[in-house]
Design a protein around this ligand. Structure first.
Ligand code: CMX
Length: 471
């Protein structure tokens, strides 16, 4: 409760509070009748978890997790087991489980919005933080709390408004998150000498503020870059996170798009600890950089074409294929030729392959299910489905990639595009909004468990030769 009161005292929020005073008061009253907020539950769980980790270290601390070969060190540390990540675990064949639950299980068990069927991202965040499925009331409380914290400080709005339209949306996103560091309660508490055991408290507050503000940042970038700075619908304190994001983008009236946002934000949130955006956020956070600086670093990693930017690249790649065909029908043969052309020119086929997965990504499959339900006749969806039947065979024949199957990014763009969100350069920003839920829930636990500075050992090639040559 204290956290929500604090949120109402934030300088940025004061301006909105004037505008939405009545609604805010209603939201706060509604929230204050809730039995238990997320922070209260977390406060209860932390001592239990600290004890559990202490026991695990005492009992299993000397067990061997895996061996590291020279190839692994040169090969992007693929397969090296050296991280702890509480929210999710990725199985190469089955795909992701969030706190032990598969995506279909989350779709079944996590609270949805009234009249909706997709899980609310709020409920997934609760699950990631606590390991527990929240009640409808707890989820509503979280929606209200995030809506109440969503307002950006004026200087961040100005900063975004001054960015040239030609600056990539992901760079603007990272810039805005870095600038929000001005608000960090963790950084201020650290300067005042807060005790290590209390780090989690302000990390939680910063994470909640940051997650709450991500849709506002994304909406402002979208309106500025693609809608000539049109005024977006303001945050509605009675709406959920996905619905507010949809409104800020200008698609709030389309209930299917709102449902898509809820699903999208849920499935892109977390993919265990070793992927670039998650690992980077964790690594930078281990230096006790606050949640804003840590997440901005993670976003910069997400903006790489081998990671999150692949969702933008997939649509570019498909658009280029259509252009090259000059209006002729796309057949299996033309797709084959185009995939081979891509491979022979030394480029990757975007949306295919994965560093861990060895089967079709369940995040791809559930987006396909959504498309079959809502947009079965969309021409681009049909084309993406056709590519799915052709590309894996060619990647297998090519023989390089260990996983010829599609990943999450092969499908997200076609869904967005079907509802009119056609600006591909923006797609990774939506991935970034969702990724905040996963990496920040872990950062809270990193602080609660006192995770130390991350500092693996590296060697030079000369050192490797000296270790093993002639031995
Ligand atoms: N197209 C062409 N070649 C591919 C390929 C693809 N889709 N996927 C892998 N390969 C190549 C690799 O580049 C590598 O080639 P070299 O030996 O010449 O370096 C070889 O196959 C072996 O790679 P791998 O072990 O199968 O895959 P990695 O773990 O090295 O890389 C990934 C994983 C995702 C970077 C890679 O599959 C790829 O580049 N895919 C296309 C980009 C993409 O969709 N990225 C999004 C991933 C999901 C996400 O993070 O959002």
């Amino acid at each position: 409760m204290a956290s929500l009161r604090a949120a109402f005292r934030l300088p940025g929020l004061a301006k909105v509070a004037t505008r939405h005073n009545t609604i805010a008061a209603q939201a706060f009253r509604a929230y204050s009748t809730k039995p238990q907020g997320l922070k209260d539950r977390l406060r209860e769980l932390i001592p239990e978890k600290r004890e559990e980790v202490k026991q695990v270290k005492a009992e299993f601390g000397s067990k061997v997790l895996g061996e590291t070969t020279v190839d692994m060190a040169y090969g992007g540390m693929r397969g090296i087991k050296g991280l702890i990540w509480e929210g999710s675990v990725l199985d190469a064949n089955e795909g992701i489980r969030f706190r032990g639950k598969t995506i279909p299980e989350c779709q079944q068990e996590l609270p949805a919005a009234e009249g909706g069927s997709e899980p609310l991202p709020e409920s997934l965040f609760w699950l990631l933080v606590t390991g527990e499925v929240p009640t409808q009331e707890q989820v509503r409380g979280l929606s209200a709390e995030w809506a109440a914290r969503a307002q950006l400080p004026a200087f961040v709005e100005d900063l975004l408004d001054r960015c040239p339209n030609t600056l990539h949306p992901m760079s603007q996103f990272s810039l805005a998150v870095t600038a929000l560091q001005h608000e960090s309660q963790f950084a201020k508490a650290y300067q005042k000498g807060v005790k290590k055991t209390e780090y989690w408290d302000t990390t939680f507050e910063d994470s909640m503020d940051l997650i709450a503000k991500l849709p506002s940042i994304a909406g402002r970038i979208y309106q500025n870059v693609f809608r000539n700075g049109a005024k977006a619908t303001p945050i509605d304190l009675n709406k959920d996170y996905g619905a507010n994001l949809a409104s800020l983008l200008g698609f709030g009236d389309n209930k299917d798009f709102v449902e898509l946002m809820r699903l999208y934000l849920t499935i892109h949130s977390d993919h265990e600890g070793g992927n670039v955006s998650a690992h980077t956020t964790h690594l930078v956070g281990s230096a006790l950089s606050d949640p804003y600086l840590s997440f901005a670093a993670g976003l910069n990693g997400l903006a790489g074409p081998l990671h999150g930017l692949a969702n933008q690249e997939v649509l570019r790649w498909i658009t280029k294929m259509r252009e090259e065909l000059g209006g002729k029908d796309v057949s299996d043969e033309t797709i084959k030729d185009y995939v081979w052309k891509t491979l022979k020119s030394g480029q990757v086929v975007p949306g295919y392959g994965h560093a861990v997965l060895r089967k079709t990504d369940p995040r791809y499959s559930c987006q396909r299910e959504f498309a079959l339900k809502h947009i079965p006749n969309d021409p681009l969806f049909k084309l993406v489905s056709q590519i799915y039947t052709v590309a894996p065979g060619i990647l297998l024949e090519h023989g390089k990639t260990k996983n010829p199957w599609p990943n999450v990014d092969a499908h997200s763009g076609v869904l967005l595009s079907a509802y009119g969100l056609t600006e591909q350069d923006f797609y990774t920003v939506l991935f970034g909004v969702s990724r905040g839920l996963g990496v920040l829930s872990q950062l809270i636990w990193d602080r609660a468990l006192g995770m130390p500075l991350e500092r693996p050992k590296s060697y030079s090639t000369a050192a490797i030769k000296a270790m093993y040559a002639n031995k």
